[in-house]
Write a protein that binds this ligand. Structure first.
Ligand SMILES: [Zn+2]
Length: 412
């Protein structure tokens, strides 16, 4: 009798210790494999150092630029050691400038930390001439949170921070990871350069664009690999339990043909897949196909048909108010399709910043002027602002967006 009551007590103690040792384990968290592949998500691991997602890695020294009253972005920056110091310094200044521009447009309630590198992304063998990597930025982590419609979606780390969830949350060391190719330095117009060349892109604009992705302007919808079916993210945790997860942006995505929200279709995938155990690709493919056949899910065709998909900003109901998303690329271009505003509609408008292709031969001030932006450094037009306000970024005009709640409470 004594023995059994002791083992019971020991078990209770052990349980408490385990809970205390991993207080954050109950928050659902996913993270990209690297800064260059921000849509390939895995369950968060214990390595929360965002530098580990950069090609440079955590071992090298990073220069820190603190956030200021006029710039909410706190930058930790490292540069290709073979690059001259002047160019590295100009590249760093481009990050600071982009942060300052965005801090004028948006009313960030907290600082935003960025781990950034200007690094050789080509490697020893050099960049292939037909496919040169410019670079990319994205959220370092995503957390599951419940939005204004009660649906659980993935929120970029910075939007989770803005919501001030209770308890320790397993944040990565930085909110945004950004990686750009130093081997393309001559193709970038950098701060301090005199005249932009016809084949150059303004690096400040490139970074301002990528920061928007890092803040949450991106969609999870893409080809599932099953026939012509598109799905949101289908993610697996380390126990092979599947999750169907949109990102917060997707709450507002509609088919323009009838105005139906894509999130309605997500529910059908969730019912069939969420919480089940992954066995084989074939078994999962068969479930996806089955759901798609029964529920008239939008197909890849919607994503390769001009004007077919839009973003209906918060508070808007008319289809004509939708911001048209990029769906003209054939085939579906991972990272471009659905996660940018439509090139044809917006490349000559004040919303040019978030088209999928960078504009060459003009500085951002020239583009703003030519496209009729409110001021020469507005950089993000009204449609882009409406998208960001919808996903939860405060602006001076709309300082109090909806605050989502984190899904799982921390253990007590
Ligand atoms: Zn982009």
């Amino acid at each position: 009798m004594i023995a059994s009551s002791c083992s019971c007590l020991c078990l209770v103690v052990l349980l408490v210790v385990v809970l205390l040792a991993s207080p954050s384990a109950s928050y659902e968290c996913f993270e990209p494999e690297s800064a260059l592949d921000i849509t390939k998500l895995n369950i968060c691991n214990d390595e929360n150092n965002a530098y580990s997602k950069l090609t440079t890695g955590p071992q090298i020294g990073y220069i820190k630029n603190q956030a200021t009253k006029n710039n909410a972005f706190e930058l930790s920056f490292t540069c290709d050691p073979t690059m001259d110091k002047r160019t590295c310094n100009k590249a760093r200044k481009a990050f600071i400038k982009a942060g300052a521009l965005l801090s004028k447009i948006y009313k960030f309630p907290q600082k935003i930390t960025v781990a950034a590198e200007f690094a050789d992304l080509c490697g020893a063998s050099g960049c292939p001439p037909d496919r040169t990597i410019i670079g990319q930025a994205g959220p370092s982590r995503f957390f599951s949170m419940k939005g204004s419609d009660g649906v659980v979606r993935l929120y970029p780390q910075i939007l989770t921070k803005f919501a001030n969830p209770p308890g320790p949350v397993p944040y990565a060391t930085h909110d945004i990871i950004a990686s750009f190719n130093s081997k393309l330095a001559s193709r970038f117009f950098l701060p301090g350069d005199k005249h932009i060349k016809p084949d150059q892109v303004d690096f400040v604009a490139v970074i301002a664009h990528e920061f928007h992705h890092g803040l949450g302007l991106l969609s999870s919808w893409g080809p599932s690999g099953v026939n012509n079916v598109v799905t949101p993210f289908i993610l697996s945790d380390d126990l092979n339990i599947l999750r169907v997860r949109e990102v917060v942006f997707d709450q507002f995505v509609i088919r323009t043909v009838e105005g139906r929200h894509l999130t309605d279709f997500t529910k059908d995938f969730e019912k069939a897949i969420d919480g089940t155990t992954f066995t084989t690709n074939e078994a999962l493919a068969s479930v996806i196909e089955d759901v798609a056949n029964k529920n008239l899910i939008p197909t890849t065709s919607d994503y390769v048909t001009p004007d077919a998909i839009g973003f209906l900003p918060i508070g808007k109901t008319a289809i004509t108010d939708a911001v048209i998303l990029e769906t003209t690329l054939v085939p579906f271009a991972e990272g471009s399709t659905g996660s940018h505003v439509d090139y044809k509609t917006y490349s000559t408008s004040p919303d040019w910043l978030m088209i999928f292709r960078a504009i060459r031969g003009k500085t951002f001030q020239q583009i703003d002027k030519d496209n009729g932006a409110a001021t020469p450094d507005t950089i993000a037009g009204p449609h882009i602002k409406a998208i960001m306000e919808s996903i939860g970024i405060p602006t001076p005009e709309n300082p109090n967006p909806f605050v989502p709640t984190i899904v799982n409470e921390p253990p007590v």
